[in-house]
Ligand binder design. Structure first.
Ligand code: SF4
Ligand code: SF4
Length: 444
């Protein structure tokens, strides 16, 4: 098969970054690079889906990596994962021997080792330019599950209709499972033995960057990595749901400019000019309006390490950077590397990495720091809600209408060919009962 045909298969299979970002994979692979990196860092605490898929499907994942290398012309394939993946490492080392140029690289168990700029630096020592992408330094980075999806699409003609995810936190039995895309949270909680608090909320993704979901009718998307069930009263939920006006009011009055937020910022430490303490200073100096504009926010990736770990005053520098960054974007202001500037990682970087264990303690999540092993569950929901916008780029346009019968695996929506996006598929056999601007509802 030629490259164009394979790229088309990957696009039509609806493959997008499965780690949370959702960037369409066909676009990443339609490039020439020298290195492909499997991101197996899974740096968000308490999630286990990457650990489990790397342990269970190492052959498929490495095959997917090899396909990606052939498509992009890459001579090097790096499988980046942590030493705690004890079962996966020897399997992957053995399988890698069958392929030329593929190696396993052990990365430290710190947060956010899965941030692609941090990961590229960790395994290649190349610095992705500020506001740039790994492609600019000859790399493509994708999540481990994405490579399994590449293998399954190219070798078995399978579209992405299942998602691996972890359910943990306030549940009887933390678990990692494979579920049909589009199933609602409430339909899968029983696989974790049910919820153990009376006022549950769900963090969609990890505790650091995941958003708090209050509605258990929310459907699983292709980017969902897991759900952490917590009480509404858990300190992390209280911190994550504080209204923006309050976070900004507290920040204006309480920041003492210690600059710990900057000194631990992972992007600052790889040489990007992001300085949350300077953004907080701007906040303190703005008038009565809660608008802050600081160019030092432009390169923030909103990993929230500054908010949830570094700041001794429990302020919100990460959120403030996000607000400032969006305000500047509205004004059309973008980051520009000053002429002649040299990119260099901070000399103290190695000593300022934040171990995941310490982060878990700081987040008051130690009680939930338990394994969530994979269990194969045969499960076909009675109804699904397939979101039209699961990926970066344009939303999908429905290819079906109300009343249509659909088959499992059938393409039911697609982004127009001239736009960045992906396809979506039905994960069950059924009938289309509703189509809104957000989702396609299918019932058995
Ligand atoms: S760490 Fe907190 S108190 Fe210190 S400069 Fe940053 S926001 Fe201000
Ligand atoms: S959220 Fe904070 S620590 Fe993370 S990139 Fe932004 S400024 Fe740096």
């Amino acid at each position: 098969m030629d490259k164009k045909k394979i790229i088309e298969i990957i696009r039509n299979a609806g493959i997008i970054g499965a780690g949370g970002a959702g960037f369409p994979t066909y676009m990443k692979l339609n490039a020439n690079v020298d290195t492909i990196i499997i991101n197996g860092a899974e740096c968000e605490p308490l999630l286990y889906k990457d650990k489990e898929v790397m342990r269970l499907y190492p052959e498929e994942m490495v095959s997917g990596l090899n396909i990606a290398m052939e498509l992009t012309g890459a001579k090097t394939g790096i499988i980046a994962l942590k030493a705690k993946n004890k079962e996966a490492i020897p399997k992957l080392q053995e399988i890698s021997k069958k392929y030329k140029g593929i190696r396993v690289e052990i990365i430290p168990d710190v947060y956010p080792s899965g941030d692609e700029v941090v990961l590229v630096y960790e395994v290649t020592k190349r610095i992705v330019p500020p506001a740039g992408i790994p492609l600019q330094v000859g790399c493509v980075v994708s999540n481990s599950e994405t490579f399994i999806n590449i293998h399954r699409a190219v070798k078995n003609n399978e579209a992405v209709i299942y998602k691996y995810l972890t359910i943990t936190g306030e549940v009887k039995k933390p678990i990692t499972i494979k579920v049909p895309v589009g199933v609602r949270i409430k339909d899968i909680l029983s696989f974790a033995g049910g919820v153990t608090v009376s006022d549950p909320v769900f963090i969609d993704g990890g505790p650091m960057m995941g958003s708090v979901v209050f509605d258990e009718n929310t459907p699983v998307s292709k980017t969902s990595a897991g759900y952490i069930v917590l009480s509404k009263q858990h300190p992390l939920i209280i911190r994550k749901t504080l209204p923006q006006q309050s976070t900004q009011r507290i920040g204006k009055s309480a920041c003492d400019q210690c600059s710990y937020c900057t000194e631990f910022c992972p992007r600052y430490l790889v040489g990007h000019d992001v300085r949350p303490h300077a953004v907080m200073r701007s906040l303190g100096l703005t008038g009565g309006q809660y608008t802050v504009n600081s160019k030092y926010s432009l390169l923030c990736v909103e990993c929230k390490l500054c908010t949830l770990f570094s700041c001794p005053e429990l302020l919100y520098p990460g959120e403030t950077c996000g607000i400032s960054k969006r305000e500047l974007a509205k004004q059309g202001i973008r980051y520009k590397l000053p002429e002649g500037a040299e990119l260099k990682a901070h000399p103290m970087r190695e000593f300022r990495k934040v171990p995941t264990k310490r982060l878990i303690e700081r987040l008051k999540l130690s009680d939930y720091d338990v394994s969530a092993h994979f269990e194969e569950i045969k499960f076909q929901p009675n109804e699904i809600f397939i979101l039209l916008a699961q990926q970066i780029g344009a939303a999908c346009q429905p290819l079906v209408k109300i009343g249509d019968a659909v088959k499992q695996g059938q393409m039911i929506g697609k982004t127009p060919d001239d736009k960045l996006g992906a396809a979506i598929h039905s994960s069950i056999n059924g009938k289309v009962v509703n189509i809104t601007d957000k989702f396609i509802h299918i019932k058995k």
